[in-house]
Design a protein around this ligand. Structure first.
Ligand SMILES: C[S@@+](CC[C@H](N)C(=O)[O-])C[C@H]1O[C@@H](n2cnc3c(N)ncnc32)[C@H](O)[C@@H]1O
Length: 210
């Protein structure tokens, strides 16, 4: 079946993407809602999570993506694969991650991945970048005490910007990371590695006492 065609970028500050999502009802979307949860923010077509859900079925996987047709396609492919531990949500994560996650029981969110988010290169578009202070606050609030956040990108200035937000937050401590710790690579990661370009990676752990 052909892949659904979508715009390469959407403006997250335009009125359509300012609409608030419904909070995720994990009882409704996962067969076993008590499993540890991995959240992938900016999941695009969701193939990373699809493969993870097959490779490590003891977890639940939630993908968040702003391009709605990709979310519909990813949920259809997950259902066709018979995966009941996988769900994708349409959400503008730079504005609404907090609202989307507000119903998730404490302690369930064990891992967060942010992989190759769009850089929005121009200075005048910097406000459209996905990872911001609100997102870091939401992750710190929701992440289980034993949880971690893995971030990777091929754009050095974006790595510096994202890493600085996590480094400045004393609710996290950093483990420098050379390789993707997961058994699956994202589509963007494969494309970057095929061109032999550098990837900037790091991992943050929640400080249990904070
Ligand atoms: C360069 S792609 C990388 C996709 C995937 N993580 C990978 O590594 O292959 C970045 C993705 O983040 C999504 N994205 C950008 N801003 C977003 C936002 N505010 N909320 C949710 N998703 C967003 C884009 O639509 C796009 O699918």
């Amino acid at each position: 079946m052909p892949r659904v065609r979508v715009h390469q970028h959407v403006n997250p500050l335009s009125p359509y993407y300012r609409q608030s999502p419904e909070p995720i009802d994990i009882e409704a979307v996962f067969a076993d809602p008590e499993r540890p949860l991995l959240l992938d923010i900016g999941c695009a077509r969701g193939r990373f999570l699809l493969r993870m859900a097959e490779a490590e079925p003891g977890w639940n996987y939630l993908g968040v993506e702003i391009r709605e047709p990709l979310v519909e396609e990813a949920n259809r492919l997950g259902a066709e694969a018979g995966l009941t531990n996988l769900h994708y949500a349409f959400c503008n994560a730079m504005l609404w991650l907090d609202k989307l996650l507000e119903g998730i029981p404490t302690g369930l969110l064990q891992a967060v991945t942010i992989q190759f988010p769009d850089p929005w290169f121009k200075k005048k578009h910097a406000k459209r970048r996905m990872v911001n202070q609100e997102m870091v606050n939401t992750i710190a609030k929701q992440l289980a005490p034993t949880g971690h956040v893995f971030v990777q990108t091929d754009i050095e200035f974006l790595a510096d910007e994202m890493f600085a937000l996590f480094r400045a937050d004393d609710r996290f401590h950093e483990s420098p990371t050379n390789a993707n710790p997961f058994p699956v690579k994202t589509e963007r990661e494969k494309a970057v590695e095929d061109k032999d370009l550098p990837v900037y990676r790091s991992t943050w752990h929640r400080n249990p006492e904070s």
